[in-house]
Design a binder for this molecule. Structure first.
Ligand code: FES
Length: 221
């Protein structure tokens, strides 16, 4: 299932699916009006152009997922904009590929036994964090706010919400791999989310995070 608005390069690339994978590729679907369960409920994958308006990137992925939770959400991107690419991955696209190679990428993914599994998402380039300690950044990952720190020789990623009464953890101090909530002082390990000190009773949700190939990756839960 492919949006009518994809580029000619995307269309050519998706011919691969027909030829090599024996898939039915349907081009007649309108991103604006046809994202409904009726239209895409039986699709294996939906390919749409990544919107250039940043605020629409997450909306589009959510709209597709709401209509068909099991479908692979695939974004084709026509501009060499790494920030846009990273944003799309963080917003819930199962895969993002350049216009001309989406067919091959999707074919490999559909052949994989765990094709629906979310893969690690690149959130930052390591070069942006060189020499920095403490809070490295906050991001939206599939609608959840997360914070990333480097402290005590470790890299950690937690949901950016204190379990005591909802303060924003990224606004707290971090020391030796432990972040202190700015509101009432609960403390949490930045890697495991474990509560080190109350008043909070519960741990914070943590995300696996690693550095590879010059990027920092977070694994969605
Ligand atoms: S809100 Fe974090 S300790 Fe109270």
């Amino acid at each position: 299932m492919v949006s009518k608005t994809v580029s000619p390069a995307t269309k050519r690339s998706l011919e691969l699916l027909k030829r090599r994978g024996n898939f039915i590729v349907e081009f007649e679907f309108d991103v604006e009006s046809d994202i409904t369960e009726e239209k895409i409920g039986d699709a294996v994958a939906v390919v749409v152009p990544i919107p250039l308006e940043l605020e629409r990137v997450a909306d589009l992925a959510k709209k597709i997922r709401d209509a068909a939770p099991a479908v692979l959400v695939c974004g084709s991107i026509g501009v060499p904009d790494q920030k846009l690419w990273l944003l799309a991955e963080r917003s819930g696209y199962n895969l993002v590929s350049s216009d001309g190679s989406i067919g091959g990428t999707l074919l490999r993914r559909l052949a994989s036994p765990d094709k629906g599994r979310r893969e690690a998402i690149a959130v930052m380039n390591s070069s942006e964090t060189a020499g920095r300690l403490g809070l490295l950044g906050t991001f939206e990952i599939e609608g959840k706010s997360v914070a990333i720190w480097r402290s005590g020789g470790r890299l950690g990623c937690l949901e950016n919400v204190c379990t005591h009464s909802g303060a924003t953890l990224s606004e707290g101090d971090v020391e030796e791999g432990v972040v202190t909530c700015p509101r009432h002082g609960s403390r949490f390990d930045i890697c495991s989310g474990e509560r080190v000190r109350g008043p909070a009773d519960d741990d914070v949700v943590h995300y696996d995070i690693f550095e590879k190939d010059g990027r920092i990756w977070v694994v969605p839960t």
